[in-house]
Write a protein that binds this ligand. Structure first.
Ligand code: NCD
Ligand code: ZN
Length: 379
C-alpha cells in the first residue's frame, strides 16, 4: 500500500469526524488487504442539503465521501425554476471545503402548474439533472407537491423526450391508507399507470422500503430503477419503538417490517443495475425531532459509506458494493463513472454522539455506536 497516494478532497471538514484527519494518520497500517476495501468513488443519488447555515453545516460530510449527489429541491420555497436551482447550486459550491471536488446535481420540484418549457430550459442549460415528484403532503416541505399525476403529464412528455429522469417519492398520501401501506398502494394506483403512459420515461423509485417495491422494480423494464437508503437496510420498524418512542429512527417512507428490510438487502446485493445508492440523508436539528410532532428524516451523511459497507459485509457481499455505490447510478443516469477511489477499512471506531448545527445539535444515524467499518479517505 502506497500511503503517499492518499489525499483528502476536503481538509477542513466537519468537526468530530476522525476521517477528516490527515491521510497518514488515518490509514491503519496493521490491516491485511482482506480488511481494506478500495472501490471507485461513490455518488449519492438522493440527498437533502437544506440551505443557509444548515447547508454549511452538513454539506462537507457528504462531499468527503461522495463525488456527486442528486440534491433534493424541497426547500422553502421549493426549487421550481432553473434560476432558483442555479442560485442554490452556487450557494452549495460556496460552502464546500476549499479543496473539495464535489459536484451537486440539481433537481426541479414538480408542481401542478410546472411549465414544461422551464424544465426543458433548465435541462438544456445543464442546470437540471432530473425532476422530483412529491405527492402533495407526502413528506417534509411537500405542500406544493403534485395533487394528481395527470397535472404534470405535459412536463413528463418533455422529460421523456429529453431522457431526463423522473424521481419519485413513491407514497400515496390519502389519510385513509395506512401509513405502512402507502408505498405498496402507490405502485398499484400511480406507478403502473405512469409507466404505462410513459414507456420511455426514465423513472427512479426513490428510497424504496418494501418487498413489493423491490420486486416490482426488479421485474419492470430497464427504464425503472430504485435507490435504497442505509437506514432501511439497517433497521426495521421496531427501532422506532424500542423501550419508548425513538424520533431519530423516524423518516419517510417509514421503516417497515423485518421481511421488507430483508427484501431490500437482497435487492441491494443482487448485482442488478436497477438498485443503487441514495442515502436520503435529511438533517433536522435534534430539538425538531425530539418533540411532540417531530420531523421525519435521518441525518446519515456522517457515516453513510460505513453503514453501507457494514450491511454488504454482513451479507458476505462486499464484492457487490462497488456496483451499487459507484456504477449502477451513473449508468442509469447516463453519466460518466467517477475516476477516483475511496478506501474503507474494517476497523472498529466510535461514531460521534452529536454534530453541531446552527440551531442546536444534530444526532446522526449510528450516533454513539461502535461501527465495524470506517471511511479512510479518497485515493
Ligand atoms: C425528508 C426531509 O426531511 O426533507 N424526510 C425524510 O424523512 N426522508 C423528505 C423525504 O425525502 O421524504
Ligand atoms: Zn428524501
Amino acid at each position: 500500500m502506497k500511503w503517499g497516494l492518499f489525499k483528502f478532497a476536503a481538509e477542513r471538514g466537519p468537526d468530530g469526524i476522525s476521517a477528516m484527519a490527515t491521510p497518514e494518520t488515518d490509514l491503519d497500517q496493521s490491516l491485511s488487504s482482506a480488511d481494506r476495501l478500495v472501490i471507485r468513488r461513490p455518488d449519492d443519488w438522493h440527498l437533502h442539503l437544506r440551505d443557509g447555515a444548515m447547508l454549511a453545516t452538513v454539506v462537507n460530510y457528504t462531499a468527503r465521501q461522495f463525488a456527486r449527489a442528486i440534491i433534493m429541491p424541497n426547500l422553502v420555497p421549493p426549487v421550481t425554476t432553473a434560476d432558483a436551482a442555479l442560485a442554490y447550486r452556487n450557494r452549495i459550491m460556496a460552502v464546500l471545503s476549499e479543496k473539495s471536488d464535489f459536484t451537486p446535481l440539481m433537481t426541479c420540484y414538480l408542481t401542478d402548474d410546472i411549465a414544461p418549457s422551464e424544465i426543458k430550459r433548465g435541462h438544456d442549460a445543464g442546470i437540471f439533472t432530473a425532476a422530483k415528484l412529491y405527492p402533495a403532503h407526502a413528506t417534509t416541505n411537500s405542500s406544493h407537491g403534485v395533487t394528481d399525476i395527470r397535472n404534470i403529464y405535459p412536463a413528463l412528455e418533455v422529460m421523456q423526450k429529453l431522457g431526463m429522469p423522473l424521481l419519485l417519492h413513491g407514497e400515496v398520501t390519502h389519510k385513509e391508507v395506512d401509513i405502512f401501506d402507502r408505498e405498496a398502494v402507490f405502485i398499484n394506483k400511480v406507478l403502473k399507470v405512469l409507466l404505462n403512459d410513459f414507456p420511455e420515461l426514465k423513472v427512479v423509485f426513490e428510497h424504496i422500503t418494501t418487498k413489493e417495491a423491490a420486486q416490482f422494480v426488479a421485474e419492470a423494464g430497464p427504464n425503472l430503477a430504485a435507490t435504497i437508503t442505509p437506514h432501511h437496510l439497517s433497521f426495521n420498524r421496531n427501532a422506532m419503538f424500542e423501550g419508548g418512542i425513538r424520533p431519530h429512527y423516524y423518516c419517510l417512507p417509514v421503516a417497515k417490517r423485518e421481511e421488507h428490510r430483508l427484501a431490500l438487502r437482497r435487492a441491494a446485493i443482487s448485482g442488478s443495475g436497477k438498485f443503487f445508492l441514495g442515502t436520503d440523508s435529511a438533517p433536522h436539528a435534534a430539538k425538531d425531532k425530539e418533540t411532540a410532532c417531530g420531523c421525519a428524516g435521518l441525518f446519515n451523511a456522517p457515516y453513510a459509506m460505513e453503514a453501507y459497507a457494514e450491511v454488504f459485509d454482513e451479507e458476505s457481499a462486499l464484492d457487490k458494493l462497488e456496483g451499487f455505490a459507484s456504477e449502477f447510478g451513473p449508468k442509469f443516469y447516463g453519466l460518466p463513472l467517477n475516476e477516483g477511489k475511496i478506501v474503507l477499512e474494517r476497523v472498529e471506531n466510535a461514531a460521534v454522539k452529536t454534530c453541531e448545527g446552527p440551531t442546536g445539535h444534530l444526532v446522526p444515524f449510528r450516533a454513539g455506536e461502535t461501527l465495524p467499518w470506517r471511511f479512510a479517505g479518497i485515493k
